[in-house]
Design a protein around this ligand. Structure first.
Ligand code: DOR
Ligand code: ZN
Length: 421
């Protein structure tokens, strides 16, 4: 074997002391003992698949004062995320093949992690030309950062038909713009009231009527009352963010907690937490949406929505494993296996044929999250002061890229789309 990784590995749904043999960046064999040209022995530490963050905004091109593919991917890999899917609300928006290819070139130059790129759906988007190269399509049913709002599904009827025909996932920001209230906001409670749980429920119902031919994926579910609605739509998958699981309007975050869809009340996040355990929510994704602190210091009404999260997602979830609120299987399923399956990339499992993307974890070693120590350009975190279990080492396709928080590997991130062979 070219490379052998030895440790307490998460294989076929359980932990076992074994060796992972790697050739050409892919896992080729798993056995009790293996010889290798290069051997990494991680002893009793856990070895889990690299996480896939299926929802990030790396702001590149166009808003690189907030983040770029270099800093965003550094944050990702330091948090055990080895593959990210980037959203299309950049400048220019990723709605044409040339914009998608320009973004791909940027990511190939700067990224430390593998990636997929979403294409945005709006009237006139040439779905067929984008479908071979995009990881999936994104539809915004409510206004938020960037200008990709589609207020009525009737405006994109033909485009949705083409998405269905392409077989790619339609990931949706499901809030009904017509039900959004526009009262002045001074607090997270006000923001939540303007974007009520009914906004989310109504958007999900409309999708069930008008887009059910697509492989629907509901991004960042925020209300517990949405869970029974999701179950009614066949073949739908759903996502939840760490902030909707762990933060609420009582978290005293001010504008730092202003996101779309909004943080809600404690019983919502408890309901979502249970939904994740029950498998009603398929994946956890960060919706990493950095804005500078300066922008967040605007008055509440004017402050932009979104918060960073790619680096803290896996560590926060692993801390809940350490505290026995979640089992490791739920975390690996939601952050690694299911995103890989849903978006059809060869990642997210320790099994022969998969990319050798691995995180090495000491589950007893929690640390306190400090925004200023994280790697996003925005350098703040709404999870400040909470605990996280950060990976000790992270491998991308068989190469150690990060060890003890230091970059030791190269920038070799590449597009994961179309590499299944
Ligand atoms: O809060 C949000 N921020 N929600 C989104 O849907 C977009 C994101 C952003 O890009 O800033
Ligand atoms: Zn988003």
């Amino acid at each position: 074997m070219e490379v052998v990784v030895e440790g307490n590995c998460y294989v076929s749904g359980r932990l076992e002391r074994c060796c992972v043999g790697i050739e050409n960046g892919r896992i080729s064999k798993i056995a009790k003992t293996l010889d290798g040209d290069k051997v990494y022995n991680f002893g009793s530490k856990l070895v889990i698949p690299g996480a896939i963050d299926a929802h990030v905004h790396f702001r590149d091109p166009g808003m690189t004062n907030k983040e770029d593919f270099g800093t965003g991917s550094m944050a990702a890999i330091c948090g055990g995320v080895t593959c990210v899917f980037d959203m299309p609300n950049t400048r220019p928006p990723t709605t044409t093949l040339s914009a998608l290819r320009d973004k791909k070139r940027i990511a190939e130059c700067k990224s430390l992690v593998d990636f997929g790129l979403f294409a945005g759906v709006r009237p006139g988007t040439d779905i067929a030309s984008l479908s071979k190269e995009a990881v999936g399509f994104k539809l915004y049913m409510a206004s938020t950062t960037g200008g990709l709002l589609v207020t009525s599904l009737d405006q994109v009827r033909a485009e949705l038909q083409a998405v269905a025909a392409s077989g790619k996932v339609l990931a949706v920001h499901a809030e009904d713009e017509s039900l959004r209230a526009r009262e002045a906001e001074e607090s997270l409670e006000d923001h939540m009231r303007n974007r009520s749980a009914d906004c989310e429920a109504s958007a999900i119902r409309k999708l069930g009527e008008k887009a059910k031919a697509c492989r629907l994926h509901i991004c960042h579910v925020s209300a517990k009352n949405s869970l029974p609605l999701l179950a009614k739509i066949p073949n739908l998958t759903a996502e939840v963010t760490p902030h909707h699981l762990l933060l609420d309007t009582a978290s005293r975050l001010g504008t730092l907690g202003k996101v779309n869809p909004p943080l809600r009340r404690r019983d919502d996040r408890q309901g979502l937490f249970q939904g994740l355990k029950d498998g009603k929510l398929d994946i956890v994704a960060s919706d990493h949406a950095p804005h500078t602190l300066e922008e967040k210091e605007e008055s509440f009404d004017y402050a932009p929505t979104g918060m960073p999260g790619v680096e803290t997602m896996l560590p926060l979830m692993l801390h809940h494993v350490k505290e026995r609120h979640l089992d490791l299987g739920t975390v690996v399923r939601g952050l690694c296996e299911r995103p890989g399956e849903i978006y059809g990339v060869n990642k997210g499992r320790i099994a022969p044929g998969y990319d050798a993307d691995l995180s090495v974890i000491d589950i007893s070693a929690a640390s306190v999250i400090k925004g200023s120590k994280l790697h996003s350009k925005c350098a703040w975190s709404a999870f400040e002061g909470m605990h996280g279990v950060f990976p000790k080492a992270v491998l991308l396709r068989g190469e150690v890229i990060v060890e003890d928080g230091y970059l030791v590997g190269e920038r070799k991130g590449r597009d994961s789309v179309g590499r299944q062979e």
